[in-house]
Design a protein. Sequence first.
Length: 676
Amino acid sequence: MKLFVSILILYLSPQVYLTYGYTQPTPKNSFEKRAAHILQHTADEYHPPSIDIGDPEKYYWPLVIARFHRYGPSDSIGNHWIHKMAGNSPFHFTLVGMARLLYQYPNAPAIQTNHELILKKVFDRNDSYNAWTGEGTENHVNMSRTSGYLFAQAALLGRADFPEARTHLNEMDDWLRYWSKEIFKAGTGEWNSSTYMAYNLVGWLNLFDFAKDQEIKNIAKAVLDYYASELALHYSYGSVGGSEMRGSNSTLGSATSYLGWLWFGTDDDYYSSPGGLTGSQYIQCAHAATSTYRPPTMLNHLASKQGGPTTYQCSQPAYLLDEPAFVKQFFYATPDFTLGSSNSRYGGYTGSTSQVVSWKLVVREATGKLPLEIVGNGMYYDKKPLKGRDPYTQVVHHNNVLIQMTCVPTDERDHFERVKAIVKEWAELWQDDFRKRFPNDPHKKNVVTLRENRSGRNGSFVALPSQIAIDSSGTTVWVNAGDTFLAIRSVSGQRLKSLVENGKIYLVDDQPPGVLCGIILEARRKKEVTDFKSFITQSGNQSNVDRYGKTINFTSSTGDHITATYRSNGVTTEAISDWGYGKVKPNAKLTTPPLLQPEWPTGEGWGKVPAYSINKSKINLENIWPVWQGQYLALDKSILRINDGDQLYEINYQGSNPVFTVRDIRRKQNDEKGNH
């Protein structure tokens, strides 16, 4: 029997403006209920900050979107704020909100009155925050370029004369095609960012809804499916699990965690409760809640974590996508917990790597409650930071086991002085280059910064929520987290110190400089070991640790043998983000090189990546890995594949445009079994 193949038809015809009814129908499905909850709460209960801040539209445009959706485009409050801020000079966060308002609610009185003024303010801006050659971190660039395309398109459709509109539209068309293909080749620079993923994709939502060019709509669809896949993979019971390039101390309540709930959650999750929407981050979901885009349905299975224990081996590029598989990732997902980690040559000395979350364990709680988040780090910087790459901490991860090793060298002060000199040189080069590109932009501060609050302490910790029950026995701390149990041991072999600070229990292993210390964490599901007492007995009897200098041999309670070696000899670098120098003019397409940074030293004391083996099989962290590789999700050689056991959804972006297909794999499996 032939394999059933259906081409996914994305649209019947191009569409410039979406039309919405302004009565509120009874939601028909879970997404609509969650969207209605977010939009109602944003429209009626959210109180934005003063408009005197630097980017007030970031907080006001989602409010206006929600007001118009709920009460119609004549809503006096929404129109008031558009009138009030239409003359502001826009940049990244503010561009994407106005792009949606301009297209989705063209009949709003304030939009009709200020249409040409809004476009004029966009076209007048030519500093480093303009919509076409402006610079910034990856989410800034995404928001600016996608909006730049739509404002150029609007200018060509309007009555006012913007002679450069066609040039800008063509430039952004070129950039959208270039950037989307790079993502499908290697991934993104701000990978799995609980802080910025929602901002990275919001402009692509606008393109999906409002671009006239069908090819650009399809490209936007492909990029959105990429981001939705990444979010579904890491979505962990209301949190964003796994390691992050630009994360926060807690992902709970981030714009991205709310987006994950909107797309993949359920109506009895915590965020659905009356008190579930707090702070200001949930309002950014107004874009997705009013968009016509929906993630592929096959991703629901991946996001639910009901597929049983699954392991994903992944990679992401260096920050500007120029070096594929620069970061190696592991993600282990079960119905009760997820554990994710990353390895890279990032050093952790500058602000560009100060938001890295090297690993994270997320533990599912009862229905209607937020999950528990557990992270660890080295103590080279003060105040036991929950985020930020530690220069002297390396991580080894296999399925349910994570080994965190820290070893600050005795000559650390000499290394730090070399780092200071390199960063100083970098800052001077960046400043000189920036002035060449934007001579009339004196306001932007130098972004090349050395991280502050260095302590130089040789210590390693894991931070647990204070409500977790722990039981210390010798050198092992046993943790009862409901349906997940943990055994936490010290790398040094000493008893872990326990400190309670800021609502966290810190388990600390610290040693003199030059001596290896750290944490060995093993997580098990309750259903695998019956009860907590059985877990303690089994883990205590079957797990063991041997220590040889800077090598740890650990046998897990499931029988896996892990050999982890702290490698102090090696190479270090930092993330470029918008810190590059070497260009001589503003550039619509951010190509690399010539974006550069000073040369970093190599050799003893600069190693960042460990050496390790699993069951005597060496893990090679130098090879090129697929972006995602696992049972339900894969992205390799520009082909994205998502399956839920019944259907396979594929995006092939090896050519100039993405091609979308859906295959019935359940039928194929039945055919192979002879069940016709």
